[in-house]
Design a protein. Structure first.
Length: 233
């Protein structure tokens, strides 16, 4: 069965296992997430669950408040969607692809919590990495740089060097490692072990690190490759 939940990274800590070994963990506030919509192949072309996470302020009906928009409020269209569902507006919406049989296990309004996972289970964590702005080749690609000559070299120790070609091919090849924007890209860490799942406090402790900064959003799903490996024997 496929499943998943939305969470927010709180930071890293450590716990001690039964043998006394220290285990580094990432603390994630998972849920409660509400099933906002169930997509199917007939109307949407694929089967998926749409989960909502964290409450948001609705679009104000008072005209006086509409003149002062707030970033914490949803727009009028999304507010109307939640109003039709008779549901508290959600700030974050994420889709989780599932089979039709798995989607049939849920209903609109179902609340998912951290007890969706069990200790010892394997999951995949998807998040947005920390943005590092415009970075040079040594920081972005871990290049060595030029030698530290005593004289004759002027301010090129951290430069990328020449990128030109001969008369053939007379161009720079695509994907050339150069300076540019670094970070703020989606990454997935696979097969992370669940150390502790606390449904009372909606906390999930995963072994090791996960993508993204403290306070970043994460999508925690069951480990697809791990499940396939177990099925293969």
């Amino acid at each position: 069965m496929a499943y998943g939940i939305i969470g927010r990274k709180l930071g890293m800590s450590q716990v001690f296992g039964p043998s006394g070994a220290r285990i580094p963990v990432t603390v994630i506030a998972c849920g409660p997430c509400t099933v906002v919509k169930i997509k199917n192949k007939e109307s949407d072309g694929y089967d998926a669950l749409v989960l909502g996470f964290e409450e948001a302020l609705p679009y104000p009906e008072d005209p006086a408040l509409q003149k002062k928009p707030s970033k914490k409020r949803l727009d009028k269209a999304r507010t109307g969607v939640f109003k039709k569902l008779n549901m508290t507006p959600k700030k974050v919406l994420r889709e989780i692809r599932m089979s039709a049989d798995d989607c049939a296990r849920y209903e609109v309004g179902t609340v998912l919590k951290a007890d969706l996972f069990q200790a010892g289970e394997r999951v995949d964590a998807t998040g947005i990495t920390i943005g590092r702005g415009f970075s040079g080749i040594m920081k972005k690609w871990h290049m060595k740089g030029s030698r530290q000559f005593t004289r004759g070299t002027h301010e090129v120790r951290r430069h990328g060097g020449a990128i030109g070609q001969h008369s053939w091919p007379a161009r720079v090849f695509p994907n050339k490692h150069m300076a540019g924007a670094f970070g703020r890209s989606q990454r997935t860490t696979q097969n992370i072990q669940v150390v502790t799942a606390s449904p009372r406090r909606n906390l999930l402790l995963l072994r090791g690190g996960v993508p993204g900064p403290t306070g970043g959003l994460l999508l925690i799903r069951h480990a697809r490759k791990h499940e396939l490996a177990k099925a293969a024997g």
